[in-house]
Design a protein around this ligand. Structure first.
Ligand SMILES: Cc1cc2nc3c(=O)[nH]c(=O)nc-3n(C[C@H](O)[C@H](O)[C@H](O)COP(=O)(O)O)c2cc1C
Length: 401
């Protein structure tokens, strides 16, 4: 009998998904505050009862930024945005559960309650629907939370969103406050973030995805980058994009083009999907929200999107891709790495497999490297993108109609 799968997960099936999630997050937070708490989490939460540290898995983010602003991760597995929106459990994930880093957020300038509850749902097949709608304690509370981590050198990314009332961006008119709203959060959290992700792809904030259009994205980037320059230099910065089929092939190309023109570090691929036929498969037809997790078509769509982008930027090894979408074990993580992602993120798999899922993936990765006699991080790097062509051929992104 497996403790998480057979007992905890079964019990959680009877609990509101958002409440179960909050309880897990609060438990990790508490462990950070109690002396010896992180050790207990490490022993109970990882498959080998200790956090694995293998130098072959180490990676540096932000190859295009000044060396002192680059980010060194112990491994390539990141807890993705949405699991810890306020930044209260990052130390537990990194120091006890073996994550290479944590992307907190989305963080907004002002507190926002989000959509009406219930707004987060889980299907036992490992798939989630959420329409949280950018619930955020606001950037000042997040500053308070992250201050606790001062001097600990934790690699924490900040997923940056904007308050609902800044939008809608309709009729091709970008609300004048949108670039400043992103920049305001970056300014406030500059000292606390190792990297920043400009989130223009949450499906739950009406019209947010419109901001993926280059004519808006350029102004947002300029505001964010100007702020960083004034604060001491540009840190690794990414655009987070929607998946196919929500986004067309042309739109993906345009986002990548703007990312390169503005010399951002890369892209996070991808957010959850609002595709209606995917929702229907899980009984969520007609419901607002984004689907994520281990549904095979979503996993494949995000993998082939990564391969498509890696091919687009071939010849530019500094362009970084965070691969996200349906990762829940080593083979799904390796799939995205071999498609061309530099690092991997996961969220829904924490609910499906438990908090040991990142350590489990890293342990399998180490066993795989041992079997292949891979001795250094550089040798592992050779495997990145080894199946870009294979997955690119399966890319199904459509042109804009
Ligand atoms: C409950 C929940 C909340 C999320 N909140 C955010 C968010 O605030 N910002 C964001 O960029 N992505 C958010 N996401 C999307 C995830 O970061 C990720 O892109 C998506 O879930 C796909 O990864 P997965 O299949 O591993 O879950 C959220 C996902 C879930 C399940």
């Amino acid at each position: 009998m497996e403790f998480y799968r057979d007992i905890v997960s079964t019990l959680l099936n009877g609990v509101d998904s958002e409440k179960g999630h909050a309880a897990a997050r609060n438990a990790l937070h508490l462990a950070e505050l109690i002396p010896g708490g992180l050790k207990v989490v490490e022993v109970l939460g990882t498959p080998s009862h200790r956090r694995l540290n293998d130098p072959r898995l180490a990676v540096t983010l932000g190859k295009n930024v000044e060396p002192h602003l680059q980010v060194k991760l112990d491994n390539r597995m990141i807890l993705g945005a949405g699991w810890d929106k306020g930044g209260i459990s990052a130390e537990a994930w990194i120091k006890a559960l073996g994550a290479g880093g944590v992307e907190i957020g989305a963080v907004l300038a002002r507190p926002q309650i989000g959509n009406d509850k219930p707004r987060q749902f889980y299907n036992p097949r490992g798939v989630a629907l959420n329409r949280l709608g950018f619930n955020s304690p606001g950037m000042w509370e997040v500053v308070g939370n992250l201050t606790r981590y001062d001097g600990k050198g934790l690699p924490i990314g900040i997923n940056v969103g904007i308050n609902n009332d800044i939008l809608p961006a309709h009729n091709d008119i970008l609300p004048a406050q949108a670039p400043q709203a992103f920049a305001e959060v970056v300014n406030c959290l500059y000292a606390f973030g190792s990297w920043f992700t400009i989130n223009v792809s949450s499906p739950n904030t009406p019209d947010l995805r419109t901001l993926q259009d280059p004519k808006f994205l350029r102004d947002i980037d300029q505001a964010v980058l100007d702020t960083m320059r004034q604060r001491g230099g540009i840190k690794p910065t990414y655009h987070k994009m929607a998946p196919v089929p929500d986004l067309s092939k042309d739109a993906i190309e345009e986002i990548v083009k703007v990312t390169r023109e503005n010399n951002l570090s890369g892209v996070v691929v991808a957010n959850s999907t609002s595709n209606e036929s995917t929702k229907r498969l899980f009984g969520w037809e007609g419901q607002l929200g984004g689907v994520s997790g281990s549904y095979h078509q979503y996993r494949l769509d995000t993998t082939t999107q990564i391969a498509f982008i890696r091919h687009l930027v071939k010849g530019d090894p500094d362009f970084e891709i965070h691969g996200v979408g349906g990762i829940n074990d080593f083979s799904s993580a390796q799939e995205k790495f071999q498609a061309g992602a530099d690092v991997l993120q996961l969220v829904t798999a924490v609910r499906q497999k438990g908090p040991g899922v990142i350590a489990e993936i890293n342990e399998s990765w180490v066993r795989w490297m041992d079997g292949r006699r891979i001795k250094t991080a550089e040798e592992l790097e050779d495997d990145k993108g080894s199946k870009t062509d294979y997955f690119r051929q399966m890319f199904t992104g459509l042109n804009k109609t």
